[in-house]
Design a protein around this ligand. Structure first.
Ligand code: FPP
Length: 238
């Protein structure tokens, strides 16, 4: 199958896929390399999978790139990841040429002013695209996002009987983006790690032992084929 071909046998494609890019550190360690080289390799895979998602007709794909807990890592590693963000936002032009919309979720206030400005710029220059949207979760935590949403609601003077799941949803970081249908986590860990816990309430999950830097387009296809075979009931009966 050529790289740009859609998969013929899919009966349903998830609207919104979330990807927890895990295993970069182990990938590097196995090769005796510094962890930051694992992240660098991980970025290549991130770029390729974003394109593959577009080819498959996936409307939204969110990547967990840096969590609110990742600041605890050695400074050298955090700096390397922040550098990768900046560098890739400079290079995001190819996504824009391919009409991929780019957005971000997470608490931006802790990021450098330069990075924040680049993020805003990238969002603005791609906001008119209606095909595939790639969302990067940076300084993101699901609990933190819900907490910030609740703070916004309280600050607006809303009375308690007006509080509904819909109102909380409307105050999340990207309220217009539909919930996750599918969460893919490579590297053998079987947990959500605070990734979009609200939006993943009814998601299907896919776990694989492959480390993120080794994850190929064919591995992604395999995950999407698996989704197309799952029956979802959303709490009802079918
Ligand atoms: C998890 O692997 C990965 C991260 C915490 C960082 C992911 C970041 C990138 C791939 C760079 C992002 C940049 C762009 C532009 C998307 P790990 O380090 O926890 O791996 P381990 O579990 O093997 O230690």
């Amino acid at each position: 199958m050529a790289k740009s071909d859609p998969i013929p046998e899919l009966s349903q494609v998830p609207v919104h896929v979330g990807v927890i890019m895990d295993g970069n550190g182990r990938w590097a360690k196995k090769r005796g390399l510094p962890r930051k080289l694992g992240h660098k390799e991980g970025v290549k895979v991130f770029r390729s999978i974003t394109r593959r998602a577009k080819t498959l007709g996936i409307k939204y794909i969110t990547f967990y790139a840096f969590s609110t807990e990742n600041w605890k890592r050695p400074k050298d590693e955090v700096d390397a990841i922040m550098d990768l963000f900046e560098k890739n936002l400079d290079e995001v032009k190819d996504f824009i040429d391919e009409e991929i919309r780019v957005r971000f979720i997470g608490d931006r206030s802790a990021l450098s002013p330069t990075l924040q400005a680049k993020m805003l710029n990238t969002e603005k220059s791609s906001e008119h695209f209606t095909g595939t949207t790639m969302i990067l979760a940076i300084n993101y935590g699901g609990q933190d996002e819900i907490c910030r949403a609740v703070k916004k609601i309280c600050e607006s003077g809303t009375s308690t009987d007006e509080i509904t799941p819909q109102l909380i949803e409307q105050n999340l970081d990207a309220p217009d983006i539909p919930p996750l249908d599918y969460v893919i986590r490579p590297s053998g860990e079987m947990r959500l790690s605070n990734f979009m816990i609200w939006q993943a309430a009814y998601a299907e999950y896919y776990f694989t032992d492959i480390l993120w830097p080794d994850f190929t387009d064919a591995d992604f296809d395999e995950a999407i084929i698996e989704f197309s075979n799952r029956a979802r009931r959303f709490g009802g009966v079918k």
